[in-house]
Write a protein of this length. Structure first.
Lengths: 420, 307, 312
């Protein structure tokens, strides 16, 4: 609220100074993001809006940390793309501005879950940009060769995994990467788990809640029975497992199929996409998380910045490019209605793959709550998972350790923590 | 084999290196067997040092598709020229811009750094002044500071000086090179004879002139080492430019290439560009080394003066 | 101002030094040193005494509060952070002597006439240092992954199965990357120190009938003791601050956790854990630990040889 007031004052102070021609000095907005094709969209905006000129910087891996250092030092861009998992931390550290006043009208164009992921304490801190509903990409040729139906439930999945192993000891149903957070998140969200909850005026921590324990049990079975490989994802070693047919399926978010197609181009036509298997008695889907464009604390023209963010993520003009070039799965209603979403995909044998993801998005429970020390929990839980894969402990034990550490960390920040 | 690059003032007192070598070789203790063994040992060792580089060279000739699907030490379809072209055109050839930046940072930075180190190390070795011992121990202690500690505060400082995202913001902090100061100090101690400085003073030379005419000259071989270190330090530096620079046009190769490698997760074509770019980035350092290599020989003249 | 010093000297007593000369000489360094090293350290130290505190859910904002030594208490209670210290000490205890021995061996060998094609070999030993450490770790990362590594595949074909990323050996695989990168530069320092030693020193030994090996160990090595000490010391410091290699290799193996070395723990805490104040406290602890180890090395060195220490 304070930030908004300052911003309004800023604009008010600006216009009389400029006198008659407020448009002779264009507002300059610096924007950092990583989605492919943003350069073109920024160019389009700049052409159509001579009074608000946006400068774009493409972020790579380590730039994420740079944003925080820059904001805290009083430098940095005006707008940045951010994982919504990290947003509460930014809100608490006052690194982002409240943009409720500028974007409140956009709410109806966004899915309720994505809007919730940028709203805290009744205020809006960002414009959602894509979500990550999960589905399973699988080698239909391998499953057919061994006469195995692709499973629809996790129980069947375990049986299928055993059958594949029995048929060929060098064949695994999937790779269980101890370092890939999203694959864990999508399954625990499907099981209606949430790392955080809010009880009155306090946080609750649910790292080891019922849903997470259900997934932990399943992963433990996969690991103990040797049904999965355990390479870290994205490495050459991992892609060789994919390319030489050692792993028969990959369960991941809607932005993954295009990456798979690029990295396994020799396997075109041999993959299909099916809904992620479900837990018994449930039709829930899962989601590994989305992103948002946020206005950072040092932005001097938050109204103009928010206006651009609102156009970029929500305009009818941008949806097709974001979907086809950017590879985003839309969090907007007009994006979900875009014909671009329903194109046939050659790599997947002409399948309209997004039909599966749309269904997953519709079936994703709205139980996940974003909370303040996501980065800490992620680091801790991944380190603990690595120990699980090495056989030093079980997934259940990893959850207990992380739960305890997460609560201690929240309390060290002065935050209120309640028992779940 | 050896070219004579000994500095003029002491040239006459130093026999030509080549001549010395001959005496060594013809000396009765250097047996042919030992020479073969030593050379064989070095040949074996050089395999170890070269294997990853050879892998890099071969990988750079492959297409994205062949990079990991063909044997690492076997050539596949020769794609080097296509790769170089892709490297030159990707994002309007920003790679060459990064290379130019790296060269600017490293050349300018290392020259200035070496000068600062030389004059400081020389002063510590030649003069006795109040605070000298304290300065030496503080410089020594500063070697112990983990780089990660000061990266963030340095960045905040640069922002408040308005130097973030500028060439100066990257160059100025790099001038503080305690290790180089210590090296110069040690070199000066062993190769600048105080008698010579004293004699120059008696001749009426000023202190700065003595430093330039005698100090710098006698320190030359040591300074080449410091120069090389400082050059490589700038060339390899990653954390500071990552923090200080936001403009892709200002970035050095390390930051650019690492960024490409990280982005190759989602843009697979960048993997091969990272490989080719890494190979190209080694070439300037190789040239610098080869051109400085002969200077190490000059080092022996410093000792001759003293002896 | 320096010219005035120069002209003024003529009027002074013969051989007298202007009292200001040394200060003017060291001034540029001292100013930069204060600004870009001492000031940031001071800031880091002050940061370690503060903490960002919120209340309730935290959405009311936060403030930076003085918490005394609370961050240090937390750091010392972090078992995984503390385990990093003995780990890098073990690493250093093996990697540094091996690296220095190899570097000294090469330097001494190059200083004799025993090696044919000396320049070429010097170049090959040095070349890895030209590869930025981030890229070097990347390269070795490829060579460490069984399905893409030609080296591992070669060993496999002759019946030797190597898994350099296994949790028991990954520390030594990291050491190998560092060794590969750094032998060359240490060799160059020692070699250039050897080159500045007056040849007459050896001639005397030679006349006494000392062989190459004896000359190397008993005459040459002691002569370059200060350079050996300096390179050893900076190598030890380097190992305590081990970061780049494990950080890059971390992306290809789960056997390197985010707090594998103290420096990695600091980085993870300040960036991923988002607690720069706790990270500052950890960094101060690491700095002090490095100081203690270095002092021990210097003390040990003084005891074994009273010659080597004089340079420092």
């Amino acid at each position: 609220m304070l930030a908004g007031a300052v911003a309004v004052a800023g604009i008010a102070a600006c216009s009389p100074e400029e006198g008659a021609g407020p448009s002779d000095e264009p507002v300059e907005i610096e924007f950092w993001g990583w989605v492919p094709g943003l350069e073109d969209l920024v160019a389009q905006w700049n052409e159509e809006n001579p009074d608000v000129q946006v400068a774009f910087h493409r972020m790579t891996g380590d730039d994420g940390q740079k944003v925080e250092a820059a904001v805290d030092a009083g430098a940095g861009p005006d707008l940045v793309q951010l994982s919504t998992h990290n947003l509460p931390d930014y809100v608490i550290a006052e690194r982002v501005q409240d943009i409720t006043d500028y974007v409140a009208d956009d709410e109806s164009n966004y899915t309720p879950a994505s809007w919730a992921s940028v709203s805290f304490d009744g205020r809006v801190f960002g414009v959602p940009q894509g979500i990550g509903p999960a589905a399973t990409m699988y080698r239909h040729d391998i499953f057919a060769e061994h006469g195995i139906e692709f499973p629809t439930t996790w129980t069947e999945y375990l049986d299928a995994a055993r059958a594949l192993q029995e048929a060929d000891e060098d064949l695994y149903i999937a790779n269980l990467s101890p370092s890939e957070m999203g694959q864990w998140l999508q399954e625990i969200q499907q099981a209606e788990s949430s790392w955080y909850g809010i009880a009155d005026d306090a946080w609750t921590v649910g790292v080891d809640d019922e849903g997470s324990q259900l997934v932990a049990e399943r992963w433990q079975t996969l690991l103990d029975e040797g049904l999965v490989t355990t390479e870290p994802m994205w490495t050459p070693e991992y892609w060789s497992l994919v390319n030489d047919g050692t792993i028969a399926s990959i369960t991941y978010a809607a932005w993954f199929p295009s990456i798979l197609a690029e990295n396994a181009s020799g396997l075109a036509g041999q993959w299909s996409i099916a809904p992620m298997p479900t837990n018994d008695g449930s039709t829930n889907g899962g989601d590994s998380g989305g992103a948002a464009v946020v206005v950072l604390a040092n932005a001097e023209q938050p109204a103009a910045a928010a206006e651009f963010a609102s156009w970029l993520n929500g305009s009818d003009d941008t949806q097709e490019a974001l979907i086809t070039v950017g590879g985003l799965f839309p969090s907007t209603q007009n994006g979900l209605a875009s014909p671009a979403l329903l194109q046939e995909n050659e790599f997947y044998g002409g399948q309209v793959i997004n039909e599966v993801f749309i269904e997953a998005a519709e079936n994703t429970p709205a139980t996940w709550v974003e909370g303040p020390n996501y980065g800490f929990i992620q680091t801790t839980i991944l380190d603990e998972f690595a120990r699980v894969v090495n056989g030093d402990q079980t997934f259940a034990e990893a959850l207990d350790v992380t739960q305890e550490a997460a609560i201690a960390d929240l309390e060290n920040r002065g935050l209120e923590v309640a028992a779940p | 084999m050896a070219s004579d690059v000994a500095p003029p003032p002491v040239r006459d007192s130093a026999p030509a290196p080549a001549g010395r070598r001959t005496t060594f070789v013809s000396g009765e203790r250097v047996s042919r067997t030992w020479m073969v063994i030593a050379t064989a040992v070095m040949a074996l060792a050089s395999i170890y040092f070269l294997v990853p580089v050879v892998w890099l060279v071969i990988a750079a000739t492959k297409s994205t598709g062949d990079l990991f699907s063909t044997p690492g030490f076997a050539f596949a379809d020769f794609n080097l020229l296509e790769n170089l072209q892709a490297l030159s055109t990707y994002q309007d050839g920003i790679f060459w811009r990064w290379g130019l930046n790296s060269i600017i940072y490293s050349v300018l930075g290392s020259a200035l750094t070496t000068l600062v180190c030389a004059i400081t190390g020389y002063a510590l070795a030649v003069y006795r002044f109040r605070g000298r011992a304290a300065l030496i121990s503080v410089v020594l202690a500063s070697l112990l500071v983990p780089g990660t500690v000061i990266a963030q505060p340095t960045y905040v400082l640069l922002v408040s000086l308005g130097l973030d995202n500028t060439y100066a913001g990257l160059l100025l902090p790099a001038l503080v090179y305690p290790f180089g100061v210590l090296l110069c100090f040690i070199f000066a101690q062993s190769s600048v004879p105080l008698e010579l400085v004293e004699a120059a003073r008696l001749d009426g030379a000023g202190e700065l002139r003595i430093f330039v005419a005698i100090g710098l000259r006698l320190l030359a071989s040591g300074l080449v080492t410091v120069l090389l270190f400082a050059f490589l330090g700038s060339w390899n530096s990653y954390i500071l430019p990552l923090l200080v620079l936001t403009d892709a046009e200002l970035m050095p190769l390390t930051v650019g290439l690492t960024g490409w490698n990280q982005a190759s997760i989602t843009i697979p074509g960048l993997q091969i560009l990272t490989v080719v770019g890494s190979l190209v980035s080694i070439i300037p350092i190789a040239i610098v080394f080869l051109s400085l290599q002969r200077f190490w020989k000059a080092g022996l003249t410093a000792g001759s003066v003293r002896g | 101002m320096s010219t005035s010093t120069a002209t003024g000297s003529r009027r002074r007593r013969h051989g007298a030094v202007s009292p200001w000369a040394p200060y003017l000489f060291v001034a540029p360094f001292v100013v930069l040193f204060l600004l870009f090293l001492v000031a940031p350290i001071a800031v880091a130290f002050v940061n370690s005494l503060f903490s960002r505190q919120s209340s309730g859910l935290g959405f009311g904002g936060s403030s930076i509060e003085f918490v005394g030594l609370a961050n240090f208490v937390r750091a010392f209670a972090d078992r995984d952070f503390l385990i990093g210290f003995p780990r890098v000490l073990l690493y250093g205890a093996v990697q540094v002597p091996v690296m220095m021995a190899i570097a000294a061996f090469f330097a001494l060998l190059f200083d004799t006439a025993l090696v044919k094609g000396r320049r070429f070999f010097q170049f090959t030993v040095f070349l890895p240092y030209a590869v930025p450490s981030v890229i070097a770790a990347l390269l070795w990362g490829f060579l460490y992954q069984p399905s893409v590594s030609p080296v591992l595949q070669f060993f496999e074909s002759v019946g030797i199965t190597l898994s350099p990323l296994a949790s028991t050996v990954v520390l030594w695989s990291i050491a190998n990357v560092a060794l590969w990168s750094l032998v060359g530069i240490n060799m160059i320092i020692l070699f250039s120190a050897l080159q500045s030693v007056p040849r007459e020193m050896y001639e005397a030994a030679r006349i006494d009938g000392a062989g190459e090996v004896r000359t190397a160990l008993q005459i040459k090595l002691p002569m370059i003791a200060p350079a050996v000490l300096l390179t050893t010391l900076s190598s030890i410091i380097g190992t305590l601050q081990l970061f780049n290699e494990p950080q890059v290799l971390q992306t290809i193996t789960s056997n390197i956790p985010s707090d594998y070395t103290p420096n990695m723990a600091i980085y993870a805490t300040s960036t991923l854990g988002k607690d720069p104040h706790l990270a500052s406290a950890m960094a101060v602890i690491l700095g002090l630990a490095t100081l203690v180890v270095s002092l021990l090395v210097l003390a040990a060195n003084k005891r074994t040889t009273n010659r080597a220490g004089h340079g420092l």
